[in-house]
Write a protein that binds this ligand. Structure first.
Ligand code: P88
Length: 229
């Protein structure tokens, strides 16, 4: 019941999702460097910067994205970067990685000068993503749907973005029916995660302010995408 066009869409997005990954030498650092709060923050900043670069490349491969108004492309990237990175780091943390990345990443996030109040919702989210056991396709399409959210700040052609997102939502709905026949509510559960991502996005804005107040430095790319400094 998935059409030929929809299958081609899934393939294009999955290929892009797998092609654009953080270089191993960056993620390997998560395992090696020492554990001071400063070192953790620096490492997370480096990984986040690399993640944003990967996200920009992935987004350019979303069918239809480059035909959107140029300023809307920027508005969508800026508005979705944090949410796409929460999704990506959650998917990584929930993968049973043999290299022990999981504890290490969790440890570094816990000890990076972030205040306790953000930890709970963040790690609850990580847990809830883990429990979904999403397939690669579902992860890639859910990330695409997050990026193609029409009501981000400064988006002008709301309808054009909405059309693209609706196409992706329909593909995801069919995928969920096919890949999780025993769970009729699975698609609804995935969409529920997008609501949780918005809440985390608000927490993250406060995290940025508190990091800034404590004079934490970010990279030029993160300053640009998150409008800090
Ligand atoms: C702390 C936080 C939580 C969630 C979202 C953000 C933006 C922040 C957040 N908020 O601020 C920051 C920095 C600037 C301090 C962050 C840190 O973001 C990230 C973003 C991505 C990753 C990450 C880690 C390991 C990976 C392994 C692999 C792989 O093996 O394939 N792939 C991608 C990976 C990505 C970690 C932290």
């Amino acid at each position: 019941e998935i059409t030929k066009e929809q299958r081609a869409l899934i393939k294009a997005i999955l290929d892009a999702y797998n092609r654009h990954q953080i270089p191993q030498d960056v993620t390997k650092k998560l395992l090696q460097e020492q554990y001071s709060a400063e070192e953790n923050f620096l490492l997370l900043t480096e990984v986040a910067t690399s993640q944003v670069q990967v996200l920009v490349e992935f987004t350019k491969n979303i069918p239809g994205f480059l035909s959107l108004d140029r300023e809307d492309q920027i508005a969508l990237l800026k508005g979705s970067a944090v949410e796409a990175m929460f999704l990506r780091s959650a998917q990584v943390l929930s993968k049973k990685m043999p290299s022990g990345h999981i504890e290490v990443l969790e440890e570094r996030i816990r000890k990076s000068g972030m205040s306790e109040e953000f930890m709970t919702p963040m790690f609850n989210f990580y847990k809830s993503i883990g429990e979904l056991h999403m397939t690669q396709e579902e992860q890639a399409i859910l990330t695409t749907i997050t990026i193609l959210t029409p009501d981000r700040p400064y988006v002008k052609s709301h309808e054009a973005v909405e059309r693209l997102q609706e196409t992706m939502l329909e593909v995801l709905r069919k995928l969920c029916v096919l890949q999780h026949p025993q769970e009729p509510q699975y698609f609804a559960r995935l969409l529920g995660r997008l609501t949780e991502l918005r809440t985390l996005h608000h927490y993250h804005a406060e995290m940025l302010t508190s990091w800034k107040t404590n004079d934490h430095k970010f990279t030029p790319l993160l300053c640009e995408i998150w409008d800090v400094q």
